[in-house]
Design a protein around this ligand. Structure first.
Ligand code: 5AD
Length: 372
């Protein structure tokens, strides 16, 4: 049998290799995997970690994903919607503080009022953030769910920055039965895995750097499922990957199904990150905030295992506590500048530097569109 050391030096991996790497728990083997993933990231992407300032501008949601703390049927969460001025100020703050990009996230809505609101916000952010340091304005990542191609195109145009235009839409799991279990409350079929893949194809058509990902440690999910998730990342030719541990949430429908024990969940999540980095070395990969919800140094660990993006929460503090997709979300009470210092420290402790005032686009994308 091949040793872990032998497997990690490969550039092509069989399903068997992937599953073996995903299951390592021995301290020495874990360290071999971690170091290999970190080195592969350095080799393909350099030493910088990029910020995406996360603005969670509304928790109003029309859908009922069973794992999510802000699903429509959770009536215990006060709903909010930030005003345009507050969103724009947060974006301008990000630009002035060296963040090359922001990420706008909200509950899923498809009504014309919402679509137009996003257009208006994007146009204003672009107008206010073009500067000498950011000649194309802030990079924009949207995380606003499944929309039509026309809506994706309208938002792309409004963002005004085709070289810093990105969208995150996780497919959550590539196992179709598990996907249905996660999304379909009895009698409802709001979401389908094939439709999710079609939306990802439309995002590519509309010119976005396309990001997707999964939750790790879902009830019933197997290592074979996670291996298939990685194969799906390859097949979709993703530019960005974001994934994190599944954590139960008080307001979610799946609370009763429980979650993995914390230590094992953290190990599996970090293994999944490291293996993904080895298999697809040139994608941008975010150290999810959910890692931090499990362990104090979770995002630092993510970077040590091959992540090169962090998403500091810059949502105005007054509404932050109402955007809890899962329990124990960090930085509910902090001002943006606090989490800034914290994250800088965390990046530097893991041996990286912060990439300030740059877009930090996905190298995978740059190669595909022949910009490098
Ligand atoms: N635990 C972990 N991640 C979650 N998300 C939603 N609910 C949870 C949860 N309970 C993630 C989903 C979604 C992203 C916005 O947040 O993967 O795509």
């Amino acid at each position: 049998m091949k040793s872990i050391q032998e497997i990690v030096t490969q550039t092509e991996f069989s399903d068997e290799d992937i599953i073996r790497l995903l299951s390592v728990t021995d301290k020495n083997e874990v360290e071999i995997l971690r170091q290999a993933a970190f080195d592969r990231a350095t080799e393909h992407l350099g030493n910088q970690v990029y910020y995406r300032g996360l603005i969670e501008f509304s928790n109003i949601c029309t859908l009922d994903c069973r794992y999510c703390g802000i699903r429509k049927s959770n009536h215990d969460v006060p709903r909010y919607e930030l005003e345009k001025d507050h969103i724009v100020s947060a974006a301008v703050w990000a630009a002035e503080n060296g963040y090359g990009s922001i990420c706008l996230q909200a509950g899923e809505r498809r009504d014309p009022k919402f679509v137009d609101f996003v257009i208006d916000v994007l146009e204003t952010i672009h107008e206010k953030t073009v500067s000498e340091t950011l000649p194309n304005g802030l990079g924009i990542t949207l995380s606003l769910g499944e929309q039509t191609l026309e809506v994706y195109e309208a938002w792309a145009k409004a963002a005004g920055n085709p070289v810093g235009l990105r969208y995150l839409l996780r497919f959550e799991t590539s196992n179709p039965d598990l996907f249905d279990h996660l999304h379909c409350a009895p009698g409802k079929h709001e979401k389908g895995l094939e439709r999710r893949y079609a939306a990802l194809a439309n995002l590519r058509k509309a010119g976005y750097q396309v990001g997707s990902g999964v939750m790790i440690g879902l009830p019933g999910q197997t290592l074979e499922d996670l291996c298939k998730d990685i194969r799906t990342f390859q097949k979709l030719d993703l530019d960005m990957i974001g994934m994190g541990p599944y954590i139960t949430s008080a307001g979610a429908d799946m609370l009763g199904e429980g979650m993995m024990e914390k230590k094992a969940l953290m190990r599996l999540s970090l293994n999944m990150i490291a293996v993904t980095r080895l298999v697809i070395p040139d994608v941008n990969m975010a150290a999810a905030t959910a890692l931090h919800a499990l362990e104090e140094d979770g995002r630092e660990q993510g970077i040590r295992h091959g992540c090169n993006v962090v998403m500091p929460n810059i949502t105005p503090r007054i509404v932050r506590k109402n955007y809890q997709l899962y329990a124990n979300k960090p930085f509910i009470e902090q001002e943006p500048s606090d989490s800034n210092h914290y994250l800088q420290n965390c990046i530097e402790k893991s041996g990286r530097t912060v990439g300030l005032n740059v877009l930090g686009s996905s190298v995978h994308w740059l190669k595909r569109v022949k910009k490098i």
